[in-house]
Write a protein that binds this ligand. Structure first.
Ligand code: SF4
Ligand code: SF4
Length: 343
């Protein structure tokens, strides 16, 4: 499967996505916030710098909000990584969350992890698992992660091959299980090791996810029973109606129902806990966004410097967040963020 960009698809254009999301009679997200007295929501700080080091990926998952894949060539340069390091040296931002694409495919990935670790920051790697098995040059990633105390966060949409492969591609489940076994062998996910392995669940269809605790217990039981696997936490994430998931919703005739479900499930408590309140998101080219989703919709921050080279911490931490209809995905039900449910 090709990325939307390589297909020349209408929704490779972010303006077309935003236009679609604003069509129809769905209550405006900003109005929902006003009705809940949340219209002036600002960040609480900057605890996490999430960095997209490139859109290249060895997979082409159906629901990918990045529109990543082997045909994407956008990759963060070492110079841009150095700009990230300059900011991390100067300010107390304790966590660096690396994402992509497959972040490990960036040729400077290991160097960057080492430099960030030297600063005493916690590094998170959003690893798609199969990259560890994709090529012998990646087979030692579990050793590398363990050496630097990297927290590994990995998508596994389900504990059955059928449902995982349906979303992520043929054979992905089997290779993911092999990679999880390699991580467990290094101590990842094992009690007392100090090496954290978290999994990410997102629904395979046009539905909202169930309760995180229930799903975590079920995943732990099934993965232990079938494969002897261990992990720490399951992060439950709602699919946001953007990029390839937006296309899926429209093509499958589920768009209107799914949007209405999100709107009806708006939860003010979840809105207060959205991740853009303590995170900034950096694009492969050094531009700055409120979150990964705004990045994929090309909605840059409104103040604080649109690019790393113009970064102004005080302004950034007091910025108004750019919110629109896609934000319903973060505020439905128990809420959703890169760290799972928020309430
Ligand atoms: S592994 Fe992640 S980044 Fe790559 S295509 Fe799948 S969802 Fe997108
Ligand atoms: S999608 Fe909207 S609510 Fe969610 S993190 Fe981004 S800006 Fe915040």
């Amino acid at each position: 499967m090709k990325s939307l960009k390589a297909q020349g698809h209408l929704y490779a254009d972010t303006a077309a996505q935003i236009e679609k999301l604003n069509e129809g009679s769905f209550t405006k997200f900003t109005r929902k916030l006003e009705e809940s007295g949340l219209e002036n929501m600002r960040p609480t700080g900057i605890d996490i710098m999430q960095i997209n080091v490139g859109k290249m990926c060895n997979q082409t998952c159906k629901h990918c909000h990045v529109d990543a894949g082997p045909d994407r060539e956008e990759i963060m340069t070492r110079k841009t990584m150095e700009l990230c390091l300059d900011i991390l040296k100067k300010y107390d931002i304790p966590t660096v969350d690396l994402t992509g694409g497959a972040p490990e495919m960036n040729p400077h990935f290991r160097w960057f992890v080492e430099e960030v670790s030297k600063l005493g920051k916690q590094v998170i790697d959003r690893c798609n698992l199969t990259i560890i098995r994709a090529n012998p040059k990646y087979h030692d990633l579990p050793d590398f992660f363990a050496e630097h105390g990297v927290e590994v966060v990995s998508s596994l949409p389900h504990y059955t091959a059928l449902r995982t492969d349906r979303q992520r591609g043929d054979g992905v489940f089997g290779r993911s299980i092999e990679a999880l076994q390699m991580l467990n062998e290094k101590g990842y996910g094992m009690e007392g090791s100090g090496l954290t392995l978290n999994l990410v669940y997102n629904p395979t269809g046009a539905i909202l996810p169930g309760p995180q605790e229930t799903l975590e217990n079920e995943f732990k039981k099934q993965l232990r029973r079938k494969f002897g696997l261990e992990f720490n936490n399951l992060f439950v994430i709602t699919n946001l109606p953007i990029s390839r998931f937006l296309d899926y919703l429209i093509v499958s005739g589920n768009y209107e129902d799914y949007m209405q479900k999100l709107v009806d499930a708006f939860n003010p408590a979840a809105a207060r806990g959205v991740m853009c309140r303590n995170t900034i998101s950096i694009g492969w080219d050094g531009y700055i966004y409120d979150c990964d989703f705004n990045q994929m919709l090309e909605l840059k921050v409104r103040q604080g410097g649109r690019h790393l080279s113009e970064f102004d911490f005080e302004k950034m931490v007091n910025r108004p967040i750019a919110m629109d209809q896609h934000c319903y995905g973060c505020t439905a039900g128990a809420g959703s963020s890169c760290g799972g449910q928020t309430t």
